[in-house]
Design a protein around this ligand. Structure first.
Ligand SMILES: [Zn+2]
Length: 102
């Protein structure tokens, strides 16, 4: 089973600081990236946006555009915080945010 969130590759040997609890991880510990703020994004219709090749034929195809979700802000958290988040506790609810030292 893949996790719900994208994680950093294992064995990178780097530590990080959890954006939620502020604990510094031990090197190699898993880091979870959780989007905390998203917005609806509308992609415009673009004429001839995609180059397509079918056999010997080459042509352009329109991009229909549409709507999607765009990540505005994401945080790096430790495994403990991500499990709290999965249980319904919002992240960054302790006034952490903006530019903190470090
Ligand atoms: Zn944490």
């Amino acid at each position: 089973m893949g996790g719900l969130f994208q994680t950093t590759p294992k064995g990178q040997g780097m530590s990080y600081r959890c954006d939620d609890c502020g604990e510094v991880s031990i090197p190699g510990e898993r880091c979870y990236v959780v989007p905390v703020e998203t917005r609806e994004h509308t992609f415009p219709y673009r004429r001839n946006a995609n180059f397509v090749r079918v056999g010997r034929e080459e042509f352009f195809r329109d991009d229909r555009g549409g709507t999607g979700t765009q990540i505005v802000r994401e945080v790096k958290v430790c495994g403990e915080c991500v499990s709290k988040y999965e249980m319904g506790t919002p992240l960054l609810d302790r006034g952490v945010g903006g530019e903190v030292d470090g």
